[in-house]
Design a protein around this ligand. Structure first.
Ligand code: PLP
Length: 381
């Protein structure tokens, strides 16, 4: 049976053009980018070209791009790195952040920082009045993601940044899910730091970037040879960085067309979901064009994912990065969704190669899976 993939917020397949660009650096061009000889020089040139491609995709300068191993590392680097270099005060985060922001923030709280989680309204957006209230206390760090990995809901990060900057705080945004799906512009967002990751945009796993305002001082997580201007020691993963650069270029070039394609597919999917009595979380808020997070009363989300997988469709229940954790999604609970409905949540995240036919087939499979689970729960009761 052919499996159809609808879990692009978890990860994406490698683009053929990305793989082609990477292959020479996995074969003959294996040099260490720090070496003085020609092998090293060619690897260095490839890394610097990728730095320009990443910078161009996010409206930043190449000198602001720090390559790291993943979005998780970039977020840890910002939160812990600034937490170490600033005098402890308040760190403000949204309650819907990915665990790789939420947990480092908790670690700062154990080291003398005051952790303040903002409130979000029912559609998942940060409450502006609560942000103002939070910022009335001395604040060193603010981190609010650009788009949520579960709901796809987009935050007004420029507005958060403006308010936080005026109080002297350093502002970061996790744009891992936003890149390649909506326009991401470091200077327009006016944040001090931004996280992006290759494997969410048809690039390889193991490459990401923290885009950083040069005025920000942060303590590196790793000590060593002083790579990446001392921000991230360790021999560069040249093939992955090259792939990340090409993936960024492709994402930039295809953004408008892809956005329209994804939006059309999602509209079709959600019309079907509504006709089956489903709830769409974050519906009415500005969302990523590819993301649909839905729930069906009385149905267990994990059971629905397994049923759909048996029928040949890969979807997710909640964040894939925390899929080993059971229980209702923290994101939905923060939005005030009742736990029983939150427990039913299933995420469909579309990608560039999904087609109208595949979405139609997914809807038919969903209808069959719902009917089967309803029948099973009637028998159990
Ligand atoms: C919003 C968000 N931030 C950060 C990450 C972590 O990125 P990486 O998998 O590159 O470590 C993810 C991954 O799912 C994510 O969705």
């Amino acid at each position: 049976m052919n499996q159809v993939y609808f879990d692009h917020n978890a990860t994406t397949p490698l683009d053929d053009a990305v793989l082609d660009a990477m292959l020479p650096y996995l074969r003959s061009e294996f040099g260490n980018a720090s070496s003085r000889h020609s092998f090293g020089a060619r690897a260095r040139r490839a890394v610097e070209r990728a730095r320009e491609q990443v910078a161009e995709a996010v409206g930043a300068e190449a000198s602001q791009v720090v390559f790291v191993s993943g979005g998780t590392e970039a977020n840890n680097l910002f939160v812990k790195g600034t937490g170490e270099s600033l005098k402890p005060s308040q760190i403000v985060v949204s309650p819907v952040e990915h665990p790789c922001v939420a947990k480092p923030a908790q670690e700062l709280a154990r080291r003398g920082w005051k952790l303040r989680k903002l409130k979000v309204e029912a559609l998942g957006r940060v409450e502006a009045a609560d942000l103002e209230l939070a910022l009335s206390e001395p604040t060193g760090i603010v981190s609010v993601m650009l788009a949520n990995n579960e709901t796809g809901v987009i935050q007004d990060v420029a507005c958060v940044a403006q308010a936080a900057r005026s109080r002297g705080a350093w502002v970061h945004s996790d744009a891992v899910q936003a890149l390649g799906k909506i326009s991401v512009d470091f200077s327009a967002l006016d944040v001090h730091a931004l996280t992006v990751s290759a494997h969410k945009i048809y690039g390889p796993k193991g490459a990401a970037a923290l885009v950083l305002d040069k005025r920000i001082e942060l303590k590196p997580l790793l000590s060593g040879g002083g790579h990446e201007k001392g921000m991230r020691s360790g021999t560069e993963n040249v093939p992955a960085i090259v792939g990340f650069g090409v993936a960024c270029e492709l994402a930039r070039l295809r953004l408008d067309k892809l956005g329209a394609h994804l939006q059309a597919l999602r509209g079709r999917f959600e019309r079907g979901v509504r006709s089956y009595g489903g709830v769409i979380f974050g519906d009415g808020a500005e969302r990523l064009p590819n993301t649909s997070y839905v729930g069906f009363r009385g149905i267990d989300g994990d059971a629905l994912v397994i049923e759909l997988d048996k029928l040949g469709y890969a979807v997710a229940s909640g964040s894939a990065c925390s899929s080993l954790k059971s229980g209702a999604s923290d994101v939905l609970l923060a939005m005030g969704v009742e736990p029983e409905l939150a427990q039913s949540a299933v995420r469909v995240s579309l990608g560039k190669d999904n087609t109208v036919e595949q979405v139609q087939e997914l809807l038919a499979a969903l209808e069959a899976a719902l009917a089967r689970l309803e029948k099973l729960s009637a028998v159990t009761i």
